[in-house]
Design a protein. Structure first.
Length: 436
């Protein structure tokens, strides 16, 4: 009996020991699985960081190579060309355009590289224009306005304006002129198609100053012109059929065939010189200028007392503006400039006598102001001046691409950009307004 009990006790002890071993093993297995899961998570994080590092490294290497080729690639290609006599590689289609443009003679390589400094180092300026410049609407010569040409002919962004011009027969059209003579013929055709007539003249006489108001259907003169006492005659030019002269106008003109302020003055000087000569000072006022009768009285008084030949009021801080120097400066009454803008200039009679021909050289008026500023300084010995004591507001956004005035010029096939280049080149002036 004792032996049987002993065996049972031993068996129970073995069973207990086995159960404890199983529990220990299960605990160890659980801990091992937990460690394995943690290792897997750590490995996943390290793999993510490894992939991220590889991606960043690859991008960095590509970036450095791109920077290297941007800086050195053209130089290397030029050296290879010098050593091996190879040409820059372009696609067959682009190469055919390069050859076509080269044969045409309508690409001014020297002017192109001066006008666009980023093309200055191009081994082949024509290839640069075909590959890059045309898509940016860079112009191939000074008689070509790519933006106007592209708009006028509804070209896609991928179409080359110069190639399109050549394929169409290289005939003078909006934004593209084969020769200077062709461009001047286009200008003359415009002046010949337009004209001017007097429809009302009730000037009281005795006034030395005149305001020439360009009056369109959208003119804002109704917001400022009143019957307040004034020292100047109001001369109104109706250049649109829907235009109406303000009540109280002293002289009303009708410009036929549409037109610009510059063309209107050119017609007046040609057909009505006695009207021009009747006043000591003329102010040419665009229809989007907001002012007051009293301010214009004061402006004429200041200009007359100073004996100026070319002046303009300052522009208010809320004006739309192309030249920041024209903002009115509250620190003084006047400043000397190289020229004033043909937005609201005051011009003396003697300046019109020596420089009035400029209005017949630029339909848009672009460039005439810069040339006139030079003539004022060199021939009359006075400085164009901005009168900060009087400010006006220019109320409309300047839009040299799709605005109403630009669309009119496109319709009559006159590029203001080409006129600006022609005037600045002919008279040796820069196209920026500076203060002295």
């Amino acid at each position: 009996m004792t032996e049987e009990k002993t065996q049972k006790l031993c068996s129970a002890l073995r069973q207990a020991r086995f159960s404890r071993d199983i529990a220990a093993l299960e605990k160890a297995l659980h801990e091992t699985r937990a460690e394995l899961a943690e290792l897997k998570e750590t490995l996943a994080r390290k793999r993510w960081f490894l992939h991220f590092f590889r991606a960043v490294s690859s991008f960095w290497i590509k970036l450095k190579w791109a920077e290297f080729w941007r800086r050195q690639g053209r130089s290397i290609r030029k050296r290879c060309k010098a050593i091996f006599g190879t040409k820059e590689v372009v696609s067959p289609v682009l190469q055919s355009q390069v050859d076509q443009i080269r044969r045409s003679g309508y690409f001014d390589a020297a002017w192109y590289q001066r006008r666009y400094p980023k093309a200055a180092s191009a081994a082949d300026p024509i290839a640069h224009y075909v590959e890059i410049g045309a898509r940016k609407d860079w112009d191939p010569n000074p008689l070509f306005d790519s933006r106007m040409y592209r708009r006028a002919h509804a070209l896609s962004a991928e179409e080359n304006p110069l190639v399109h011009f050549l394929d169409a027969g290289a005939k003078a059209t909006a934004g593209a002129y084969p020769t200077l003579e062709a461009f001047q013929k286009m200008q003359k055709g415009f002046y010949d198609r337009t004209g001017m007539r007097v429809i009302k003249d009730s000037r009281p006489g005795g006034r030395r100053f005149a305001v020439f108001l360009q009056c369109s259907a959208r003119s804002i003169h109704r917001e400022w012109f009143t019957q307040a006492p004034r020292t100047w005659d109001l001369v109104v030019n109706l250049f649109q059929e829907q235009s109406e002269a303000p009540e109280g106008s002293d002289l009303v003109l009708r410009q036929t065939g549409g037109g610009s302020g510059a063309a209107a003055i050119a017609h007046m000087m040609q057909h009505f010189p006695e009207i021009i000569g009747a006043y000591d000072y003329w102010m040419l006022l665009d229809d989007d200028i907001l002012t007051t009768v009293d301010d214009l009285n004061l402006l004429f008084e200041i200009v007359d007392e100073m004996g100026l030949d070319m002046a303009q009021p300052g522009l208010s801080k809320d004006s739309y503006i192309a030249h920041p120097v024209l903002f009115a400066d509250s620190r003084g009454e006047t400043r000397k400039l190289n020229t004033v803008e043909l937005m609201a200039p005051i011009l003396s009679r003697r300046l019109l006598e020596v420089a009035g021909h400029l209005f017949s050289e630029s339909v848009s008026g672009y460039g005439a102001d810069f040339a006139m500023g030079k003539i004022t300084r060199t021939q009359l010995g006075t400085d164009p001046t901005i009168v900060d004591a009087v400010s006006v507001r220019h109320c409309r956004v300047l839009d040299n691409a799709g605005g109403e005035y630009y669309r009119f010029l496109q319709q009559v096939k006159i590029s203001p950009i080409v006129e600006l280049r022609r005037m600045t080149s002919k008279y040796g002036v820069e196209n920026i307004i500076r203060a002295f």
